[in-house]
Write a protein that binds this ligand. Sequence first.
Ligand code: ZN
Length: 149
Amino acid sequence: MDSLRELYQEVILDHGKNPRNFNTPDDPTNKALGNNPLCGDQLTVYLKVNSGVVEDVAFIGRGCAISIASASMMTEFIKGKSEDEIKQIFNKFHEMCTEDASDKSTIEELEKLQVLSGVREFPTRVKCATLPWHTLLAALAGEKEVTTE
Ligand code: ZN
């Protein structure tokens, strides 16, 4: 295990233990519940969308360290971004989590989210890492619930 990977693990553990934006906002415009029955992860993502821009985002739920850390980092990353930008980020994030030969320049744009690229080696963990994103997209689309199964 190299030091870079150890650093990545530290970041995931930190976000898993102390998730950012972990709360229920008063008046969300959009919300969706995401289920990953394979692992038992269950998250609700809340959004405040204004003119196609996500002005605020928060989540609550329970799950493994990967799903909570991924949700926490996602909320930090997407705040202030437009729906179109978020869809592009999701595509890149999904590619990073599932494809071995991911384009390096693609991954660099994901900045801190790169710490989750390690899930590629653990196919069952891919659903944990992508659950918050599927839930986010469902909320943006006005769907109430989404499952990875
Ligand atoms: Zn999980």
